[in-house]
Design a protein around this ligand. Structure first.
Ligand SMILES: [Zn+2]
Length: 263
């Protein structure tokens, strides 16, 4: 297997994986979707809420705010030494106190420890008029998206097979004539190699092939070369999400191997 990093920005990752198969890449995709833990607000204590929204609606909105998560520092509350009481190893606390008029944003949540300050500060929670106020306290804990979507770190992890365009070498004059009639920025013909100038324009080429009933150019997909893309919600970087997902997948395989030994 060969892996090439096409793009690895703060919240976005694109990998080109060669000599692989969709089953393996799909298992990584499933781990990213359902198993990768992150922090999300799970408990809300409302001291005062005179806004137009019910307590439940504000709590729901708070639950969906991405909270910066460092998995090296935190443990699940159920596995923590505090036995579920909530301590700095498993729980991150925030307070929020705001009076109107104006909008209450995610950035108004004040963390107990500065390292957990909210990074996506402009998510609106509720709008307050002049004499309205919201005072509350929240607790964020680690969870997995298989239990609730608010704990989902990675959005839309997806893969696509590489496209292979093959031309009939015996009918190169037809190929040349067809390419000349295409829009100029679509494909490039070098010798008998036809490539797309922009891979996102594949549907346009397929439409032209279909319309002209072309049988001397064929498009196939290679299941051993995959382009894997994903984005995170900002609670952790794309690099950290990828590394943690691989660690989880490895642990699962190791556990499976141990179980097989005991048979
Ligand atoms: Zn604890």
């Amino acid at each position: 297997m060969k892996v090439k990093t096409v793009e690895l920005k703060e919240n976005k990752g694109v990998l080109r994986i060669e000599d692989t198969d969709p089953y393996f890449v799909n298992s990584l995709r499933r781990i990213m979707l359902a198993e990768l833990p992150k922090l999300a607000i799970d408990d809300v204590i409302i001291y005062d809420n005179t806004s137009a929204l019910f307590d439940e609606m504000i709590s729901h909105r708070l639950g969906l705010i991405p909270i910066p998560t460092d998995l090296q520092l935190l443990t699940f509350r159920s596995d923590c030494k505090c036995a579920g009481k909530g301590c700095p190893n498993c729980t991150v606390r925030y307070t929020l106190s705001k009076e109107g008029g104006g909008v209450v944003y995610s950035g108004d949540l004040q963390p107990e420890q500065a390292s957990f300050a909210i990074t996506e500060t402009k998510i609106p929670i509720v709008e307050l008029t002049k004499d309205q106020r919201v005072i509350l306290e929240v607790e964020a804990v680690l969870g997995r998206a298989r239990d609730h979507a608010k704990w989902q770190v990675v959005l839309a992890p997806r893969y696509k097979m590489e496209t292979v365009i093959t031309v009939d070498k015996k009918r190169m004059s037809d190929v040349k004539a067809f390419v000349e009639d295409l829009p100029k920025d679509l494909v490039e013909l070098k010798g008998d190699k036809l490539t797309l100038k922009d891979t996102s324009k594949l549907p346009e080429l397929e439409m032209h092939l279909d319309k002209n009933k072309v049988d001397y150019i064929t498009i196939t997909r290679d299941p051993t070369t995959l382009l894997f893309s994903f984005e995170t919600d900002g609670s952790m970087s794309a690099k950290a999400a990828l590394q943690e997902s691989i660690t989880i997948l490895t642990k699962k395989y190791e556990e499976f191997r141990k179980l097989l030994k005991d048979i």
